[in-house]
Each structure stands twice: as C-alpha cells, then as structure tokens.
Design a protein around this ligand. Structure first.
Ligand code: FAD
Ligand code: NAI
Length: 462
C-alpha cells in the first residue's frame, strides 16, 4: 500500500495526460491501467491504429490513381495485409512505449490491474488498497451494441475487430455513417472491398455542417463507397464466415438485406465505468450513463474527479487531454480551463473533414445573424498540384461584428488548417484579422485566408 496525492484510473489520453500534469505540478501520482499497455482506446485500438491504416491505404490509392498522372509509371503495389497490420502494430507499440517512457521520466507509478474505489480516498488494485487524497476517473468508453446484433469480433465486428481482420473482406457492410464508419469504411474500400454503409439518418456525420455532409458523401461515393440512407438496421444474421444485414427504410417501411463477409458496427460508443464501484459510492450519473461532474470536473463525492469519454461532451482524445490538464491544475490549486466552444472535430478520410464552432444550422436555430465566406480548393494552386482541388473552406462570422463563429473545411490537410481558426476564435478574432494576415504561397492555408477575404470585400482567386 502506498499513499499518493493523486491516483488516476485509466491511462488513455485523458488519464495519462492528467497523470503527467499532476506529476509536473509536484503531486505524488499513480495511474491504474488494466490493459497490458498504456495509452487507452486511442493509442491501442482507436486514433493511432486507424490513422496508420488510413495512411497505408491512402498511399495505395495514390499509387493506383495519381502516380501515372505525374509520370510515375510502373506496377502498382500489391497489398500484403499481414505486413500492413504489422506496420500498424509497430506504430501502436512506438506510441504506447512512449507513454511508458513519459511515466518513468515523470516518476509516475503505473499500478497494473483493474482499479475500483471502495471508498473516497482509496483505490483498490488487485489485493492492494492504495490511499489517495484525490482520485481522477478516466475510464473511457467502449463500443455500444445494437439490439438484434451480436458482435463476435470476427464476422460482426466493432472498430476493435476491424483493426485486425484476418483478411481484407470482399464485401463489407458498415452500420453507421459516423466518424468510425467513414474512416474505417474508406480504409477497406481503398484496399479493394466493396463497402456499403447503412445509416439511420438521411445525412452522414450527424451534427456537421449540412453542405459538408453532402460533399463528403458525394466524394466517398465517387471513391466507390455505397450508401443506404434512412435505413434502420433490424438484425444481423451471421455464420462463421458470412452475415446478412436486414434493414427497413424509414420513409416507406420497405425491407432490404445486404450480404457481407464482414459487418462493422459503428453506431456510437458509451462510457465505460464497469467495476469501479460507482453505484455503491453514490456517484451521480447522467441518464446516458456518463459520470456527472461540475465545471471543475468534480463528481458529487469530494476528492473524486472524472474526465474524458466517461463524462459528458464529445468523445475525442484532445477533449479528454484538455480535461486531464485542467483537472490536474484544479487539484494543484491552480485554475484549470477548457473552452468547450472551441473543440475541433476531424474526420481523417481523404479528403479530410474538419469543423469547429457553430454551423449555419445551429446559428439559424439561435436566430443569430451571420455571414459566410466560402472558398473552393479549385482556386488554390497547391491543392490542384496534388489532385486535391475538390472541397472548400467555409468560414462563418457574426454579421455585425465580423467575429469568427465557426469554420468547416473539407479538403487537403483540413485537420491541420482548422487550428488557425481555433487560435483565432480563442483570441476573439474577426474574419478580417485572418484576411489581413499574410499567408505563405503556395500553401493550402491560403484557402483559409481566401474564405476570410470572402467574408469581406471578396476572395481574390474565386
Ligand atoms: P480511453 O482512451 O478509453 O482510456 C480509458 C482507459 O482506462 C482504458 O485503457 C481502460 O483499459 C482503462 N480503464 C477503464 N477502467 C479501468 C479500471 N477500472 N481500472 C484500470 N483501468 C481502467 N478521437 C480523436 O480525437 N481523434 C481520432 O482520430 C480518434 N479516432 C478514433 C478511432 C477509433 C476506432 C475509436 C474507437 C476512437 C477514436 N477516437 C478518436 C476517440 C478516442 O479514442 C477517445 O475519445 C479517447 O481515447 C478517450 O480518452 P479517455 O482517456 O477518456 O479514455
Ligand atoms: P458516431 O456517433 O460518430 O456515429 C454513429 C452513426 O451511427 C450515426 O450516424 C448514427 O445515426 C448511426 N446509427 C445509429 N444507430 C443506427 C442504426 N440502428 N442503423 C443505422 N445507423 C445507425 O459514432 P462512431 O462512428 O461509432 O464513433 C464513436 C465515437 O468515437 C464518436 O463519438 C467519435 O467522436 C469517436 N471517434 C472519433 C474519431 C475522430 O475524431 N476522427 C474517429 C473515430 C471515432
């Protein structure tokens, strides 16, 4: 048994970042993790492995579709799936070992095993009970299942199984056109699978700007992905090698069925809090099974904090990280801060999609007057040079004050470009501030400036 200032439960992006910040702020810190490696969902079965496969499959796509156009001729590469998975695993290992290194560097004890909280101020791991003045719960999330669908992680898989399939399927059905469905669907589509996405709603990527939703769906269709929209999946019948997905179209109750070698269920994730003993402790939860916290990430039990996917808000690694740093600051007697209005969202398809702040739809709902500056990547020289002229930057600013309210980008490096807007929003910038900032030529970021110019006197290259 040991005494700590802080014990963090869970070593995902929320937990490991909280632990590092606590240690940096001079607090004696331990982090409990039940997995064999640190890094949580994100590093082991989420962000990092999916981006590795998105990268390798995108490289194949470039070789097959764009190399010859640039005068790079020769045989297209063939896919060695085992080696591709090996590359993905090596990327995971580099990252999870990196966190182990950071724990050692910051003198954080990794308490290996599954933790529970028998009472406030105590964390039990295996037979050991440790004392902690403060506890941060960062236990993350898990895939949510669908009634009538049994997951075997072989034929009917969640994202976890989809990151290590035995072989590339000939036919794949993806249930859910959210972030996971589009990212992993596009991986397998680029690797040669016939991918059909079945979505309950009438638009992909719920919550995103409507114009972006239509554009991303059109672009993915052009790349070969098929979509069945407005379809409620009723059940999935699976054998050891095949599955049938039964659905009903919402508009006319017409029934349909799709056959597949692999079915990816990507219908959302839910907080994971099993085994922590929260009910016995009397920790308040939301109706959706999230741990309830106040604005300082405190639960209703003094000394117990919660962050990341286990609490309310978008289930994103960077949101969890920011809360980790902020909760650590609060515990150390400093002021922790997260601006929930400026949390970017990125979908790593090709082209990438990114978004921050308000959409036209949310502003209409609020009855707030706004203006839109839009610029197509067709007018960006650098984008045209790399076959990335499709897509646009859309900047939304307050009609009266010109203050930036949101931005939506679909196009090359959209996930990086969005941060110029995020920094601007944090500083309360106007569209004119971006428009008056010199942007290097030729860069994709010139498209952001042109969208800002379009909010005022007009874009130059439109
Ligand atoms: P988690 O990362 O889930 O970590 C929680 C950890 O706590 C786990 O390792 C778990 O084993 C451990 N744990 C739980 N209970 C206990 C216990 N009782 N004792 C000990 N250990 C425990 N987000 C992005 O921002 N960008 C992306 O590109 C992205 N891609 C994704 C791709 C996929 C396929 C998936 C599934 C998710 C992706 N996400 C992405 C979401 C991201 O992974 C999560 O938002 C993020 O991991 C949440 O961090 P967390 O620390 O709250 O929880
Ligand atoms: P999601 O919430 O993004 O999308 C789920 C989709 O499934 C929705 O479009 C929903 O309408 C649809 N759906 C629900 N029930 C259905 C049914 N019965 N039939 C058909 N469609 C149905 O969830 P997803 O993609 O599983 O991702 C989970 C979380 O992981 C997200 O919250 C996301 O934030 C995070 N994530 C983030 C990534 C990123 O930042 N790039 C990448 C992958 C995941």
């Amino acid at each position: 048994m040991a005494n700590y200032d802080v014990i963090v439960i869970g070593a995902g992006p929320g937990g490991y970042v909280a632990a590092i910040r606590c240690a940096q702020l001079g607090l004696k810190t331990a982090c409990v993790e039940g997995r064999e490696t640190l890094g949580g969902t994100c590093l082991n079965v989420g962000c990092i492995p999916s981006k590795a496969l998105l990268h390798s499959s995108h490289m194949l796509h470039e070789a097959e579709h764009n190399f010859a156009k640039m005068g790079l001729k020769g045989k297209s590469p063939s896919v060695d799936w085992k080696e591709m998975l090996g590359y993905k695993d090596s990327v995971i290992e580099q990252n999870t070992k990196g966190i182990e290194f950071l724990f050692k560097k910051n003198k954080i004890d990794w308490l290996q095993g599954w933790g529970s909280i028998p009472e406030a101020g105590k964390v039990k791991v295996g037979a050991e009970v440790h004392e902690a003045k403060n506890i941060i719960i960062a236990s993350g999330s898990e895939p949510s299942s669908l009634p009538g669908v049994e997951i075997d992680e072989k034929v009917v898989v969640t994202s976890t199984g989809a990151l290590e399939l035995g072989k590339i399927p000939k036919k794949m059905v993806v249930i859910g056109a959210g972030v996971i469905g589009l990212e992993l669907g596009s991986v397998y589509s680029r690797l040669g699978a016939e991918v059909t996405v079945v979505e309950f709603l009438d638009a992909v990527t719920p919550g995103m700007d409507a114009e972006v939703q239509k554009t991303v769906q059109r672009m993915l269709k052009k790349q070969g992905m098929k979509f069945v929209m407005g379809a409620a999946v009723q059940k999935v019948e699976a054998t050891k090698t095949k599955a049938k997905v039964h659905y009903t179209l919402r508009k006319n109750d017409k029934e349909g069925m799709l056959e597949a070698d692999t079915v990816l269920v990507a219908t959302g994730r839910k907080p994971f809090t099993d085994g922590l003993g929260l009910a016995e402790l009397g920790v308040e939860m939301t109706e959706r099974g999230q741990i309830k916290t106040n604005a300082q990430w405190q639960t209703n039990i003094p000394g117990i904090y919660a962050i990341g996917d286990a609490i309310e808000g978008p289930m994103l690694a960077h949101k969890a990280e920011d809360e980790g740093m902020a909760a650590a600051a609060q515990i150390a007697g400093k002021h922790g801060h997260v601006n929930y209005n400026v949390i970017p969202g990125v979908i790593y398809t090709h082209p990438e999609v990114s978004s921050v702040g308000e959409t036209e739809e949310t502003l209409k709902e609020q009855g707030r007057a706004y203006k839109v500056g839009k610029f197509s990547f067709m007018g960006n020289g650098r984008a045209k040079a790399v076959f990335a002229g499709e897509g646009f930057v859309k900047l939304i600013a307050d009609k009266e004050t010109d203050r930036i309210l949101g931005a939506h980008i679909i196009g090359p490096a959209a996930g990086d470009l969005i941060h110029e807007i995020c920094v601007g929003m944090e500083f309360g910038a106007s569209a004119e501030d971006i428009a008056l900032t010199c942007h290097a030529h030729p860069t994709f970021s010139e498209a952001v400036r042109e969208a800002a110019l379009a909010c005022g006197d007009g874009a130059i290259h439109a």
